[in-house]
Design a protein around this ligand. Structure first.
Ligand code: ADP
Ligand code: MG
Length: 263
């Protein structure tokens, strides 16, 4: 216990901010109209994620995970229901408005790292800042800081082909962080990595989450899901299970029990 725990409670404003829902999905449905037929991909999904939440989404193929992530990521809109992002209802915004919100508030990480091949790590990381009217010096400063956050400060001038898979994914995470998003959305970020490297990536995500970043992660690996604070199971377009992770493993500690590549 430190001395701070005996301090008087924070003011109402601060307390309200810590309890604020970063993401709030209310009775969301998504239909895909395919000519004659209609696919009902989400069937009344509701979810609230507080600031600093870390959610793993699992479920069989076709259960609606990507559809749900596309809505969370403002890449698509719900057919019915509401989606509030940091208190703003974004359900009815047009494409241009959604793109602005994506650039300001959201970071994305995918299974394929999607780095530009003939572009250095530092330049790849700067790409999202090009849309954010930031001057060159500030772009480089932010990209350098983001690279340091993922432990790759010494790889700034490397091209993707000169980096391992895990390092490429770390560059992709730095790129997702460069505009200072409040939420990171990761769709199978460890899907292309060996198991040790996957845990290394989870250590970075746990560290970022500890520093306040809200994370939603899709994975099909139960071991990876356990590094989150809460696991949500999708089935047939609905949330079938929503449980906190008890005895959450600390990825940095798990790494010490895993063989290194040289072993
Ligand atoms: P998951 O990511 O869990 O595998 P998806 O969200 O991709 O599931 O898919 C949920 C359902 O919606 C599936 O039946 C899928 O075929 C359908 N679906 C997904 N995207 C589209 C699309 N763009 N057009 C039509 N149907 C789609
Ligand atoms: Mg999917």
């Amino acid at each position: 216990m430190n001395a701070r725990s005996t301090a008087p409670p924070a003011g109402g404003g601060l307390a309200a901010a810590t309890e604020e829902a970063v993401l709030r999905v209310e009775e969301v449905h998504k239909y895909y109209d395919m000519g004659e037929t209609r696919v009902h991909a989400l069937r009344g999904v509701s979810l609230t994620v507080p600031r600093g939440g870390f959610i793993a989404v699992i479920g069989a193929s076709g259960s609606g995970k990507s559809t749900f992530m596309n809505i969370l990521g403002c890449l698509d809109r719900p057919s019915a229901g509401r989606y509030l992002l940091e208190g703003t209802d974004v359900s009815h915004l047009d494409k241009k408005q959604l793109a602005l919100i994506r650039n300001r508030k959201l970071g994305f990480v995918f299974q394929g790292f999607n780095l530009l091949p003939r572009t250095t790590a530092l330049e790849n990381i700067q790409l999202p800042t090009l849309y954010a009217s930031v001057d060159k010096g500030e772009r480089i400063r932010r990209a350098t800081a983001a690279l340091a956050m993922v432990g790759l400060a010494d790889r700034a001038a490397h091209f993707p082909s000169q980096l391992s898979g895990g390092q490429q994914q770390r560059v992709a995470i730095a790129r997702a962080l460069v505009n200072g998003p409040s939420i990171l959305l990761a769709d199978e970020p460890t899907g292309n990595l060996d198991s040790r490297t996957a845990v290394e990536i989870m250590a970075i995500l746990q560290d970022l989450n500890d520093h306040g970043l809200t994370i939603v992660l899709v994975t099909h690996e139960p071991d990876i899901a356990q590094f989150a604070k809460r696991v949500i199971v999708f089935r047939d377009g609905k949330i079938r299970k929503d449980e906190p992770v008890l005895n959450r493993p600390w990825a940095l500690q798990v790494l010490q029990t895993l063989p290194t590549l040289e072993d």
